[in-house]
Design a protein around this ligand. Sequence first.
Ligand code: FEO
Length: 392
Amino acid sequence: MRQITENIYAVGIVDWNVRKFHGNTYITKKGATYNSYLITGKEPVLIDVVHKGFEEEFLSNISEIIDPKEIKHIVLNHLEPDHSGSLEYVAEMCPNAKFYATAKLKEGASKYYKLNIEINTVKTGNSFNTGDYTFKFIEVPMIHWPDSMMTYCPEKKILFSNDAFGQHITSNKLFDDEIDRADLFKEAKKYYANILWALGSIIQRKLTELAAMNLEIEMIAPSHGMIWRKEISGIMELYMQWAQNKTENKAVIVYETMWGSTEIMAKEILKGLTSKAIDAKLFDIASTDFGELAYEMLEAKTFIIGSSTHDNEMLPYIAGFLYFLKGLKPQKRTAFAFGSYGWAGGAVKDIVETLKSSGIEVIGQTDAKFKPDSSELKKCFDAGVMLAEKLN
Ligand code: FEO
């Protein structure tokens, strides 16, 4: 049994072994959790259900505290299957519960599931009371899906934030101050980069609205990862910075190479950046997952993208990555394209076009035939220096 505070329990799932989340791009090296919260008292409340496949463990977690049939209210903050996948099962196990969700969730749930329950649709400002606690709903459409909402309990000063402020991290601890701080913030940033980066303008607006509500918040209980109780203002400030696409004077080089020439170019560009003491990192797409790159690029001002030419095109993994990056909708970024070719070329042109179509300003490009010679290497080094000077 994992108690958070008087009458509130963590009854969700710690999925220690999941390594792919959200399709194939987000590699969760530290697993993930599907948090659910049980509030006992006069009329027990369950906030969110969990991923399909964990039904029995979930039921067991609840049953350690109360009989699931005693649950009177179930709040569904988000439809995505990591939070709703066990809904059919929960609906059967909790026959005396009223369900609450947004109209969008209700609509989507009817497509995902065969349900014999009535879902009460709620909006921002609606609430219910259990006799000892109040639960107020705050719609947060697109954080992370159109159906998303948060739920606030004023008596406990807890904001159940669902996806917002989550992290994919596993622990038998519950709170932010019980695990390594650097790990916590790294995973919160990686989560934001992969799940929420594209939604920055909405997040800015919602954070501003939340601040205007003047909620007293002693805990933020997300549906992934640790509960925030010590670093609440810290994570909120970071969310605002990330949502505003604030960047640092950093460069990230990502490339795909066929016979090593593009890699030689990448390292020469890095030398140019290093000569000007710029914080820069270099990644071969063949050995780095997309999710890790999103983390590295979230605060980087300049993206430097390279590929060898293959059949007049860029290579396929870097092409896939650039489409992934485009979906993240990075703003206020600059980029540089480079790559080697044998005869006709094509990769650099592809990279430039894809970056431009992503709203990224391309400030230069260079290429090299077969293997970069001294003059082509100098162009790479000089490109690194030029990029560094622009960053400075
Ligand atoms: Fe954790 Fe958008 O689901």
